[in-house]
Design a protein around this ligand. Structure first.
Ligand code: PFF
Length: 452
């Protein structure tokens, strides 16, 4: 391993903002509110938060331990820490997951790019039939591909600049901007007429809606939202310096991610409840069909406010998507450039090209290839299913078992305490979560799903 040539994050803030940038994405602003809307509001949020801190955060810390100890990409990390053992299969699945997730995620990010530009260029006007607009666009054979390609090239440009000058600098600029946009939007949304109803939907738990399948979606959502289970954070942690505090950084990332997800609900639901006849349970169409309609209605007579609000909302979604796609791209780019001993630029081009082609297949599954099914699913749903239902939970179990049971206990403790220089509160509780709660919890839910 050419360790001397590997990048390094420059500051502790950079570490937290880059990891939070990976975590905060479409998963928070698009997927989380649509899951909350479908699964009964606050009850889902409570279950979700338990999983974030009891299952996903321990796995995140385990990824940090593997990455910083090995200082290698996701596959080589296992080769370094467990030479000659089959653990590196976990890393290979992580790289595969990175390719699949970037492929289908960039399709949705491409839609977001189109909605952002249309909103800013005043091409979204109230009175349009947004369901038809969305379905005509997403099923068009080439238009979504153009937006997807442009988005992938934006990701590419950041990744090729490297860890500190590209990923860290971009995250340090974008994450604070993102938080400011969120606060402005929450403020506007809370002053809307439907704010009270929207808030009570978000804050009053209805536990009758929490079925076993809702519990499973909450776990899937927690892993997806925190980017854990695929080794994305192993790759990032391989760029952490010796002074980075693994446990407190992971805790900060989980808090930032959860706050952003919940605030996204505070942005969306007051707006949704401000328009009579609009339901909060539209699912994935919430952001691309329901919201443009809602924006048009809520801001009738206040076109400037409406323009600023909806423009900021889609810019927020776009930036959040971008800070996440750079981390997916990085998993695969780091692996290829170190494995094939080629330049970062060359590796990044391979990743961009492959993900564009696979992403094109996902995009076409909404139109021209809607009849092409594998295991009964189009490519988009298939990739999503493979990542969220298999690669992430199984990867999460393997990562927790690797650090909790396989790795030398002293080494793990030394990573968690920065060679004994830090006092980490609840260290034994944390080890218990990594050894038992995370693997058993995820395995039970995974098996339950498999058997049903
Ligand atoms: N956490 C990202 C989101 O919430 O949008 C998605 C993601 C990023 C998943 C990176 C997996 C990953 F490796």
């Amino acid at each position: 391993m050419a360790q001397g040539k590997r990048g390094l994050f420059g500051t502790r803030l950079g570490v937290i903002l880059a990891s939070a940038g990976s975590a905060v994405g479409l998963g928070n602003i698009w997927r989380f509110p649509s899951e909350v809307g479908r699964h009964g509001g606050a009850a889902f949020i409570l279950v979700y938060l338990c999983f974030v801190f009891l299952l996903a955060m321990p796995v995140m810390i385990a990824e940090f331990v593997i990455g910083r100890t090995s200082k290698a990409n996701t596959v080589d990390a296992y080769r370094v820490l467990a030479p000659g053992k089959p653990w590196m299969i976990t890393g290979c699945f992580g790289v595969l997951g990175g390719v699949l997730v970037l492929s289908f995620y960039s399709v949705v990010a491409g839609w977001t790019l189109r909605y952002t530009s249309d909103t800013l260029l005043l091409r979204m006007t109230s009175g349009q039939d947004f369901a038809s607009v969305f379905s005509a666009f997403s099923s068009n054979p080439w238009k979504p591909l153009v937006y997807q390609l442009v988005f992938l090239l934006m990701t590419h440009l950041i990744v090729v600049r490297g860890v500190e000058a590209g990923i860290e600098r971009f995250s340090k600029l974008m994450m604070p901007l993102l938080l400011v946009i969120i606060v402005v939007l929450v403020g506007c949304s809370l002053s809307m007429q439907g704010a009270k109803e929207g808030l009570s939907f978000l804050l009053k738990p209805d536990f009758s809606k929490v079925t076993p399948s809702v519990v499973l979606s909450a776990i899937g959502q927690a892993f997806f939202s925190l980017s854990v289970g695929m080794g994305c954070l192993i790759t990032y942690a391989s760029y952490f310096g010796r002074e980075t505090r693994l446990v407190s950084s992971a805790f900060s990332v989980c808090v930032i991610d959860s706050v952003v997800a919940i605030l996204s609900g505070f942005i969306i639901f007051p707006a949704v409840f401000s328009v009579a006849g609009v339901e909060p349970d539209a699912g994935p169409g919430l952001v691309y069909i329901t919201l443009p309609y809602v924006f048009g209605n809520v801001f009738q007579g206040m076109p400037v406010v409406g323009y600023v609000f909806s423009g900021l909302f889609y810019v927020l979604l776009l930036l959040a998507a971008l800070t996440s796609t750079i981390s997916m791209h990085e998993i695969v780019t780091a692996f290829l450039s170190e494995k094939l001993r080629i330049s970062r630029r060359g590796a990044a081009w391979i990743v961009t090209a492959v993900c564009f082609l696979l992403g094109a297949a996902c995009s076409l599954s909404f139109g021209l290839w809607s009849g092409v099914k594998v295991m009964g699913m189009g490519f988009f749903d298939l990739f999503d299913f493979l990542v969220a239902k298999f690669i992430m939970p199984l990867g999460g179990i393997a990562i927790a078992v690797f650090v909790g049971w396989y790795m030398n206990r002293k080494l793990v403790l030394s990573q968690l305490t920065n060679e004994g220089s830090l006092r980490v509160r609840c260290l034994s509780l944390l080890l218990f979560l990594i050894r038992w709660v995370a693997p058993v919890g995820v395995a039970v839910v995974f098996l339950n799903e498999l058997l049903s």
